[in-house]
Design a protein around this ligand. Structure first.
Ligand SMILES: *[C@@H]1O[C@H](CO)[C@@H](O)[C@H](O)[C@H]1NC(C)=O
Ligand SMILES: *[C@@H]1O[C@H](CO)[C@@H](O)[C@H](O)[C@H]1NC(C)=O
Ligand SMILES: *[C@@H]1O[C@H](CO)[C@@H](O)[C@H](O)[C@H]1NC(C)=O
Ligand SMILES: *[C@@H]1O[C@H](CO)[C@@H](O)[C@H](O)[C@H]1NC(C)=O
Ligand SMILES: *[C@@H]1O[C@H](CO)[C@@H](O)[C@H](O)[C@H]1NC(C)=O
Ligand SMILES: *[C@@H]1O[C@H](CO)[C@@H](O)[C@H](O)[C@H]1NC(C)=O
Ligand SMILES: *[C@@H]1O[C@H](CO)[C@@H](O)[C@H](O)[C@H]1NC(C)=O
Ligand SMILES: *[C@@H]1O[C@H](CO)[C@@H](O)[C@H](O)[C@H]1NC(C)=O
Ligand SMILES: *[C@@H]1O[C@H](CO)[C@@H](O)[C@H](O)[C@H]1NC(C)=O
Ligand SMILES: *[C@@H]1O[C@H](CO)[C@@H](O)[C@H](O)[C@H]1NC(C)=O
Ligand SMILES: *[C@@H]1O[C@H](CO)[C@@H](O)[C@H](O)[C@H]1NC(C)=O
Length: 562
């Protein structure tokens, strides 16, 4: 709480500099009535004050105000003429209060008001001609109230209204009469209500509507889309509804639509003509549905499509000519389906592809990547094949992508070791993160590991970057020797507790020995090579990544004893 003297001091100071804008918080009515020189004031913000009731003519002294905010102040009652005199006011916010009824609150229209914010109150009903006293309104925010009833002609007399927010209310139905006469309306937000039906004429007069948010409702039918009013729609969000089926030619009138979000619905199929007419569509999101069947011609008319997201569905295959006409595609997201195989022809028309996301499928081969368009600039391509069932891939053909994620596949161990030993570019990732606790520092260490399988068994390889491990230990640690450059031993990482059941401890020693042998042979060779050439520079430059197994304990003890 700012004490009164402080606020008053600020007030006096501010007016001695003839400021035109004043912000008060945690104030009370007395303090507001003490404000002087109000004819200079064009902006007044009162927040977290205690002002539950405004009397008639409360602001009459503030007739130069252009901007008035009265928020978080428990306002629940305004006398009928409490806003009298604010003839120049352009912006009024009474948000985050306790208003349950809406009146004009002024004997004359607030003829200059363009922006009215009544969000976060407790309004439950809009009555006819509620907003007639604000004829110049361009933006009206009624979000997060409890509106469940809108009388006919509630928005009467708002020919300039462009943005209307009704989201976060309790509307169950959109009537044909609600938005009648809002000829300039360009964006309408009615998401997060309980709407399960929309009358056919609902948007008939809203021919300038560009953006319509209907997400998080209970819609199952999209019949209303075929009305004339929605012909210029650009953004349509239908996410989180209950749409089960797209009727043929449903979108045939929405030929300016660029963004269509149908995620989190109950779609099971994409039929041949379900999306026809969407000549301008650039982004389509059908993620998180139950789609298992896609017609090979269902995307035919989407010739301007840039991005498609069909992740989290139930696709098992993709028709090889599905993307035949979508030559502009830059991002294809098919992650988290059950796709087992893709034809090399699937992506052969995409010259502009930049993201191909296929993680979380059941792909056993990556040979479809050989069928990418020859004119595609693969240096800018990001490919995610993580969490599939790949056993091996033809790495030489994949090394030039911008990024290639191969983590969490069913790698064949022999193939994997052979390919890990060979130095891979940083743009290829095999590893998934693992967390281990190492005895030696008692800290949790994040390391990287690769899983592979050999015959029936699953194994895990941990990648250790020796250069990042501290080489010296201190104090009472009984865990062995320091790093010895002439006779390098494994770094002192003892029996990590790896929280994974994939770990096969019996195979570890063999693997470790193999890996150590490889690594140390390499190191010896390197040392000899470096010694011969540049003796003095050997010191700190061993940045090799060792491939090794983690069970150090038995081996290290042996070394210690010897
Ligand atoms: C307004 O607050 C001041 C202290 O900040 C207090 O002295 C005064 O009594 C309060 N007025 C009312 C009407 O509560
Ligand atoms: C007013 O109160 C709200 C919630 O009680 C808080 O989030 C906000 O930060 C406060 N504002 C000021 C200026 O104290
Ligand atoms: C709003 O009004 C209700 C009842 O009218 C009351 O219980 C509640 O405390 C009020 N909230 C605030 C913030 O004043
Ligand atoms: C559609 O609405 C959801 C929330 O329901 C939001 O997460 C998503 O980003 C919106 N889509 C677009 C394209 O804006
Ligand atoms: C939509 O799918 C969800 C999840 O399967 C289900 O609970 C719900 O009943 C379905 N709704 C309709 C209308 O089919
Ligand atoms: C598609 O919608 C889902 C769910 O709203 C969202 O997580 C995802 O990011 C969207 N996809 C794109 C490409 O925006
Ligand atoms: C789609 O499949 C049908 C029958 O399966 C076939 O006749 C048609 O030629 C295919 N369309 C394309 C574009 O490949
Ligand atoms: C889209 O593909 C179909 C064949 O599948 C073809 O008949 C049609 O002309 C193509 N449309 C465009 C605009 O390329
Ligand atoms: C691997 O890819 C390269 C380059 O694309 C190709 O020349 C080679 O034949 C492929 N190897 C196999 C075994 O397919
Ligand atoms: C262990 O973790 C603590 C806190 O995260 C850190 O301050 C400390 O340096 C770490 N010790 C070692 C040896 O990494
Ligand atoms: C090996 O891993 C695969 C996939 O993670 C799993 O399905 C299989 O059951 C595992 N096999 C054994 C023997 O643990």
């Amino acid at each position: 709480m700012y004490p009164l003297p402080l606020s008053l001091l600020l007030l006096i100071l501010s007016f001695s500099f003839r400021v035109s804008s004043l912000q008060l918080s945690k104030c009370n009515k007395t303090e507001v009535t003490l404000i002087r020189d109000t004819e200079l004031l064009t902006s007044l913000t009162l927040s977290n004050c205690s002002l539950s009731h405004l009397e008639n003519a409360f602001f009459v002294r503030f007739d130069h105000l252009l901007h008035l905010e009265l928020q978080h102040s428990g306002l629940s009652a305004l006398d009928v003429f409490s806003l009298n005199g604010l003839t120049r006011l352009q912006y009024l916010s009474l948000s985050h209060n306790n208003l349950s009824t809406l009146r004009s609150w002024s004997s004359e229209p607030l003829g200059a008001l363009t922006n009215l914010d009544l969000s976060h109150n407790r309004l439950s009903k809009l009555s006819a001609r509620s907003f007639e006293p604000y004829p110049q309104l361009q933006q009206l925010d009624l979000r997060n109230n409890q509106i469940n009833e809108i009388e006919e002609d509630s928005f009467y007399g708002l020919p300039h209204l462009k943005h209307l927010h009704l989201n976060g209310n309790q509307l169950q139905h959109l009537d044909g009469s609600f938005f009648r006469g809002l000829h300039r309306l360009s964006s309408l937000s009615v998401q997060h209500n309980l709407i399960d039906s929309i009358e056919m004429e609902s948007f008939e007069s809203n021919t300038h509507l560009r953006s319509l948010r209907l997400d998080q409702n209970l819609l199952s039918s999209l019949q209303f889309l075929s009305q004339r009013g929605l012909a210029r729609l650009v953004h349509l969000n239908l996410s989180n509804n209950r749409v089960q089926k797209l009727e043929p030619l449903q979108f045939s009138k929405n030929f300016e639509l660029q963004d269509l979000d149908l995620s989190f619905n109950n779609l099971t199929k994409l039929n041949k003509e379900a999306l026809s007419g969407l000549d301008s569509l650039e982004r389509l999101n059908i993620s998180h549905n139950f789609v298992d069947t896609v017609d090979n011609e269902s995307l035919n008319s989407l010739v301007t499509l840039l991005q498609i997201d069909v992740s989290f569905n139930r696709l098992i295959t993709i028709p090889k000519s599905l993307f035949e006409n979508n030559t502009q595609l830059e991002e294809i997201i098919l992650a988290n389906n059950q796709i087992g195989k893709l034809s090399p022809q699937t992506f052969h028309k995409q010259n502009h592809l930049r993201y191909l996301k296929l993680s979380g499928n059941a792909l056993g081969e990556a040979d479809f990547l050989q069928g990418l368009s020859p004119s595609l600039n693969s240096i800018s391509l990001y490919v995610d094949l993580s969490t599939n069932r790949l056993k091996s891939v033809n790495l030489s053909s994949l090394l030039h992508f911008r990024y290639l994620n191969l983590a969490n596949n069913n790698w064949n161990c022999a193939w994997l070791v052979a390919n890990l030993v060979r130095k891979l570019p940083a743009s290829v990732n095999f590893a998934r993160p693992w967390t281990v606790i190492n005895d030696w520092s008692k800290n949790i260490t994040n390391i990287e590991g690769v899983d592979c399988s050999e015959g029936e068994r699953n194994r895990s390889i941990i990648l250790l970057d020796v250069s990042t491990l501290p080489h010296q230990k201190t104090g009472n640690c009984e865990c062995g020797q320091t790093y010895d450059q002439s006779n390098p031993s494994p770094p002192p990482l003892t029996w990590p507790k790896i929280p994974t059941d994939r770990f096969d401890s019996r195979s570890v020693i063999i693997w470790m020995l193999v890996a150590i042998a490889i690594a140390f042979a390499g190191l010896r060779w390197l040392r000899r090579f470096v010694d011969r050439n540049e003796k003095s520079k050997l010191g700190n430059k061993l940045n090799n990544v060792y491939i090794s197994k983690v069970q150090w304990q038995p081996v290290r003890n042996d070394l210690e004893r010897s």
